[in-house]
Each structure stands twice: as C-alpha cells, then as structure tokens.
Write a protein that binds this ligand. Sequence first.
Ligand code: TXA
Ligand code: MG
Length: 349
Amino acid sequence: MKTEPIYTETVKVDPDNIAQADGVLARTGEILRRGGLVVFPTETVYGLGADAKSPDAAAKIYAAKGRPADNPLIVHIAEPSCAEEFCFTSPLYYKLARAFMPGPLTVIMPGKGIIPPQVTAGLDSVAVRCPSHPIAHRLIELAGVPVAAPSANLSGRPSPTAAEHVIDDLSGRVDMIIDGGDCDIGLESTIVKLEEDGAVLLRPGAVTYDALCCVCDKVSISPAVTGVLPEGERPPSPGMKYRHYAPRAPLYLLEGNDFERLAFMHSMKDENCLFLCYDTEEAGLGEKALSIGGKTDYNAQAKRLFACLREADAVEAEKIYAPMPPKSGMGLALYNRLIRAAAHQVIKL
Ligand code: TXA
Ligand code: MG
C-alpha cells in the first residue's frame, strides 16, 4: 500500500525532565487515540506507535514502514498487569515482570482475541512489552490505550537509535516524531515465548540468557537465534525470516584473532570498504575505520552498532567488515543482529 505524504511534527523532549513534557505527551497520546502514528524513544530503539486495538491504525504502521503483513507487532503497555486485558498471563509472566519490567523484555503469551489480527498477524499469541524509558512510559500512560510499535525504521533497514535516523526513514509518513535523544541500549528488546514449562528465547537483547536463567527454571534458545532455519521450516517468530538490520553494502563478519583481523584489514586498504573495529584499532586505517567501541565493552558496541551501519550507507562503502562477537551475554545480541545484517557471510581468517 502506497501512502500519501503527510505533515510530520517533530518535538524535542528531555527525558530527564519529563514533568515539563506532560502537555506535549498528552497531545501525542490524543494523536494515538485518534488513530494516528507517533514515533517515540524507548530504552532499546525508537518505536513507531499506533493504537493496538484499532485495526485501521495498525494497518497504517505496515504502510508507513513497508512491512510485510505477516510480521506481527509488539504491544507496549504502561504496567505489566495491563496485559491481563488481552493475554492469558501466567505465574512465570509475573516472575519475569518482577525481575525485568519495566525494561527491555518482550513476552509472548496466548492472546484473548482482543488485539486485532492486523497487530498479531493472525497469530493466536500476543507479544507484550513494558518500556522503562520515561518518555515511552508516560506517553503510553497518557494515551490510555495499548500501543502497537515496531522499530521506527523502513522495513529491512537498521533500527533507529537516534531521532535523525527516524527522520531519514519516516518523515512524511507519520504524524509526530518525539526526539528524546539517543537510545541507551541500542538493540531491540529480548523476546521470549512462554510455554507450559519454561521460556524460549526468540531474540536476544539486553536481558541476557544468563539473566533469564536466574528467574526461569527452563530457558531454551531457539535455533533461529544463532543459525539459519532449515529450508521450509516455519520460524517461531515471523520476523526471523526476513533480512534485517541491513546496510546497503554487503557486510562480512571476520572470524579470527585480533592479529589476523588487523592484518586482513591492513591488506584491504585499497578497497572502497569500511571496517567496523575496536577503538584501539583505528590507527593506520584512516577514514576506512569506524570504531564500534571498546573490545570487551559489549554494551557500548550494542549502543553504536546500528548507527555504524547507517554511517556505512552514508559514506557509500561498497563492502563492510565487522569483527565476530562472542555468542554469550550481550555479545549474543550483537551476534544475532550482525549475522543477519551479513546474511550469514563469514570470512574465516
Ligand atoms: O525493543 C523493541 O522490542 C522495539 C521497541 C520499539 O519496543 N520493537 C521492536 O519491534 O523491535 P519489531 O517489530 O521491530 O520486532 C518485533 C519482533 C518481530 O520479529 C516479530 O515477528 C516478533 O517480534 N513478534 C511480535 N509478535 C509476535 C508473536 N505473537 N509471536 C512471535 N513473534 C512475534
Ligand atoms: Mg524491527
């Protein structure tokens, strides 16, 4: 569906001074209640929100992003107990909520048929998340409706972690953009699906596998988190089958030790390429190097990753090379995004 350009209002809100913003957030909540589209910051990435109970408003999200209709949306709520209205909750949900909500965790549970199929993509489950970002939290509270919100990027592009990214992708396609500065975490929320006897990790994020294991007796990791699903197998989360987080240029993950990676990068200096590297490695690589953060500072790397991928587009690099992250802790979330941005292309050094 093609959308006619609409006027997009952009307002800056200081997340540290939220009381001052009640007027503008109340007005933004009104836009949501009337079926409009609003972009707001969360602690993970910016979200593109609409009233989750309105089929027409949800349909506008798909049109604005160019998102495939079979990829469901996360429903954002102000308090964990708000999920009662449209989900069959469980003691495990409240255990997770006590530990991680509000915060970067999304929980998938059986739905009660109240959230329209335009949001759930016709699935009988609903994904809920209760963001901790003060702007997101207050906006959802003032809107008084659950807010369906995917990441606020054009479908397939890296998720936006700053208002400029949103403006690049969605200006003229949404009613309002709230600029609340850079997102703290920079990668999307951890997603778990609750099953009879435990939780299945579908998308790794800042709530790590180890943290989940401290709360749930049984946590399994979906094979789609690290690998490719066998041909014809249905992914547990529809979004897993799409190429994601992708810069325009092909991206390759470099697997090898630091010495091998440095030698590789120095040998490729004549290519029109960009090296994502650690902050100590930029010297001698000139403009081709883009630091992603300290070597073991995975939180800093997570915060910068999507901005780096957008930067690679801006400088029109023809190839991008990035170091292979470890598959544990926050490294697993980085690995999951990078391996998909790379369409699984790994160079073994
Ligand atoms: O941090 C985040 O989660 C951000 C912010 C805005 O909250 N949102 C976000 O939404 O990343 P999105 O739409 O980009 O990713 C949501 C993922 C998709 O892969 C989708 O397939 C999956 O969640 N999903 C949503 N509902 C689902 C369901 N009922 N069953 C399985 N997967 C579901
Ligand atoms: Mg997304």
